[in-house]
Structure formats: structure tokens, C-alpha cells
Design a protein around this ligand. Structure first.
Ligand code: ATP
Ligand code: MG
Length: 406
């Protein structure tokens, strides 16, 4: 089948192996959900998500054996994960029915047929299965039609009430694919948010969705859309998101240049600008340190700006920079006019090294050694002395410090 031929090599090898082992073991595997959607859209770097009606564990173990991999099983989800080095991860689940006894709670899961499994899913475009052995599509919710129309559509009117995390998923998926919410789906989503459906979901699950949004390439658009729909009110109340769109875009650009920064901290700080408090982070799993960094970004920009205006020289200014998180420094650099030049200089200073060590000073050990080296580093960086003078300068400073202390 042409679609499968277009896959990148690792995925194609994985699919070929699945087919081979399935024939041997007389199992009928379906590729389902995200991978089928992405393949049909010509986005071929797919996850291997399989559903079978029977014998998930037989298939998982037989595949693992062939590639010397291991199987992890998650009995409560009837799921098996096969992993091996240099091979894509393969998820195999047993087709299931789901029943929501209470809105917002996790569903009751029982074994079902393929069609049950497809119709319990979130959106039509995620409810298509490809029979790997026969090459046929199963599309009971007309997902292919919606892929053509480029819309995200829920499968029934109670979908968002049953599982309100689908509100986040809908916005995320639409932004990622450049799709629209189908009109009736958009209406149902508005109604669910108005009716406070999200309040039935645990804070932990809501934060998980927020973080998934922040991890997307189009995070600012997704977060802005969630804000506009009122979907973040359940976590942050009415104050969140005010005029946050430009700030989110700025952070997006900064993250592209500095991927090591804490994106969850930065985005949360931008959303809560002006009024964050540690109680906002219940369920987020933020450590105290990260929570403090968020509050700093959200609340303390004016205070830090004020302190920087009052700073007389580089020493004071650099001391202030050293006292804030790296994320806050990025916000300062991108939001406060003129600060960027100073911050660049600070970074250069932080990275500036002298080829001089404590032993070179020929004085007894103690705190004065590190202090002298640091003062010398600053003096060379600032051009007060030349690098050649560094060693004798450092010795002099160390001796003076020792005398002061005695
Ligand atoms: P990606 O992994 O690329 O973000 P995906 O569609 O594979 O997209 P997953 O979160 O991996 O998304 O979920 C796999 C599949 O499980 C989805 O395609 C969808 O069919 C189903 N699914 C996931 N979450 C839900 C949910 N809350 N309600 C119903 N079905 C869901
Ligand atoms: Mg997936």
C-alpha cells in the first residue's frame, strides 16, 4: 500500500515486522489513531500505535523476541509497549469499549471490537484504522472526509462533557494541523466550557494538558486560543491571559534561540503576568524552585526594573542579574528596553576565564584566594589591567585581603 511505502525507513521496518509476526501468529493488527491521521496527511514520521481485537500480549511478545526487545505491560489499560534499541517503540492495545459513569472521571474500560474502539475516540480524524494485513481502511466516523475538509469534529454531543480534556486536545490538534473546529464541535465546546465542564477534571490532568500545549511548536497560538475560549479559567481564574499573546510570542522566539530554558516556567509566567501566587500551581508538579521562578517572572518585573535603574555600576547590575533565574533574565532582556546590551555583557563576563589558579598566588589557602581571583577576573574583563598583569595583581589582592582579615 502506497501510504506505508512512503514511511521513513525505521517505521517501515517496524510495520513490516509487525505484519510478518502477525501472519505467523494469526493475529490481525490495525494501525490506529494519530499515525493513520498523520500518514493520510503526508506527515510520515509516525508513532506505531496498534490495536488488535485479540492476542495483544502474544503479538507483543513475539515482536519483542524477534528484535531482542522488551515488553512492558500496563494491564489496567490492556496495553503493551515493545521497545528495542534502534527500533521505533511499538504500542499494542486491545480494542476496548469505554463507558463514562461520571463526567470528567476516567472511563470504565471493557474489551470490545475494532468499531467500538474507534467510536470511543476523541475526534473523527483520530478514529481511522488501517488493517495492516489487508490494506483496508476502517473509518466509521468519516474521518477521511474531515481530513479533506480540514476540520476537527467530535463523535457525539456528549464528548466534551464526558472527557473535558478533549477541549485542550481539540485546540492543540487544530493548531498543529492548521485545521478549524467544525462548527457544531465549536458550539459544543463553548457550551461545555460555559457549563464548567473542566471543573470535573483533576488539576493534575488539566496541568498535563497545559504542558502538552506548551510543548507544541505552535504553543503561543494554542495558549492564546485556550485563553480566548476561557479554558484556562479553571486553573487561573479570570485574571490569567490578559494581553498575553505578544508575551507568549516573544517567549517562543527566545526558546527557539535558547532551547535549554524552562519553557513551562516561561509560558506560565507569561500567562499569569501581574498576579501569580503559589496556590495557582496546585497539581502542576512544579518544584518550589520552579514555582518561585514563575512568580518572579509574573510579579517581579517592575521591582527588578526599579532596582536596575538604581544600580550605579556593572557590579551592582550583575549582582541583580545573578540573583534572578535564567528565565527571568530572558524576560528582562526581551521586555525591558536597553537591558539587553547589559545582559549580553554580563553573559560575556560570566563566561570569561583567566588562565590563573589558586596555586599560582603562592599564599596560604582560604576564602581570600577565590575572592582575589574573582576581583582579578573583573579587573581584566573591565580593562583595568592587562592579562599579563593578572598574576601579580591577584597576589597583591590576596595578600591585602589576608591582612584585612588578620
Ligand atoms: P500525537 O501523539 O501525535 O500527539 P495522537 O492522536 O496519537 O497525536 P495521543 O495522545 O497519542 O494522540 O492518543 C492516541 C489516540 O488515542 C488518539 O489518536 C485518539 O484516537 C485516542 N485518544 C487520546 N486521548 C483521547 C481522549 N481523551 N478521548 C478519546 N480518545 C483519545
Ligand atoms: Mg500518539
Amino acid at each position: 500500500m502506497t501510504l506505508l511505502h512512503d514511511l521513513p525507513n525505521p517505521q517501515r521496518r517496524a510495520i513490516d515486522l509487525v505484519k510478518e509476526v502477525s501472519m505467523e501468529k494469526d493475529v490481525r493488527p490495525f494501525l490506529v489513531g494519530g499515525p493513520v491521521r498523520d500518514m493520510l496527511l503526508g506527515r510520515p514520521a509516525i508513532d506505531i500505535d496498534l490495536t488488535v481485537e485479540d492476542n495483544a500480549s502474544t503479538l507483543a511478545r513475539a515482536i519483542a523476541k524477534r528484535i531482542e526487545g522488551r515488553v512492558r505491560s500496563f494491564p489496567q489499560f490492556m496495553t503493551y509497549k515493545v521497545t528495542a534499541s534502534e527500533f521505533p517503540e511499538i504500542d499494542i492495545t486491545t480494542a476496548r469499549k469505554e463507558r463514562y459513569r461520571k463526567p470528567g472521571a476516567l472511563p470504565l474500560v471493557t474489551e470490545g471490537r475494532l468499531k467500538d474502539d474507534l467510536l470511543r475516540r476523541d475526534f473523527s480524524i483520530n478514529a481511522i484504522a488501517l488493517d495492516l494485513l489487508r490494506g483496508t481502511m476502517h473509518d466509521p466516523a468519516h474521518g477521511e472526509r474531515d481530513l479533506d475538509a480540514r476540520v476537527v469534529r467530535v463523535l457525539h454531543d456528549k464528548s466534551f462533557a464526558d472527557d473535558p480534556t478533549r477541549i485542550f486536545r481539540a485546540v492543540r490538534l487544530a493548531a498543529r494541523l492548521g485545521f478549524a473546529l467544525e462548527d457544531h464541535t465549536a458550539e459544543l465546546m463553548r457550551e461545555a466550557i460555559e457549563a464548567d465542564a473542566l471543573a470535573t477534571v483533576t488539576k493534575e490532568r488539566l496541568w498535563r494538558e497545559v504542558f502538552l500545549a506548551m510543548d507544541e511548536p505552535f504553543a503561543p497560538a494554542i495558549l492564546t486560543s485556550l485563553c480566548e475560549h476561557g479554558a484556562l479559567r479553571v486553573l487561573f481564574g479570570r485574571r490569567a491571559c490578559s494581553e498575553s499573546s505578544a508575551r507568549l510570542e516573544t517567549i517562543h522566539a527566545q526558546l527557539a534561540a535558547n532551547p535549554e530554558l524552562d519553557r513551562h516556567v516561561l509560558y506560565t509566567g507569561a500567562l499569569l503576568r501581574g498576579d501569580a501566587s503559589p496556590v495557582d500551581f496546585e497539581g502542576s508538579g512544579f518544584s518550589q524552585k520552579r514555582a518561585r521562578a514563575v512568580v518572579e517572572i509574573a510579579n517581579e518585573l517592575p521591582r527588578v526594573e526599579e532596582a536596575l535603574r538604581a544600580a550605579g555600576d556593572d557590579r551592582e547590575r550583575f549582582r541583580i542579574y545573578r540573583g534572578v533565574s535564567p528565565e527571568m533574565l530572558i524576560v528582562l532582556g526581551s521586555e525591558v528596553p536597553d537591558e539587553l546590551t547589559h545582559i549580553r555583557r554580563y553573559r560575556d563576563f560570566e563566561n570569561f576565564r583567566l588562565p590563573l589558579r589558586g596555586n599560582d598566588l603562592e599564599v596560604p589557602g582560604g576564602p581570600h584566594v577565590a575572592q582575589a581571583l574573582e576581583q582579578t577576573r573583573a579587573a581584566v574583563f573591565n580593562g583595568e589591567i592587562t592579562p599579563e598583569e593578572a598574576r601579580s595583581y591577584a597576589k597583591k589582592v590576596a595578600r591585602a585581603l589576608m591582612e584585612q582579615a588578620s
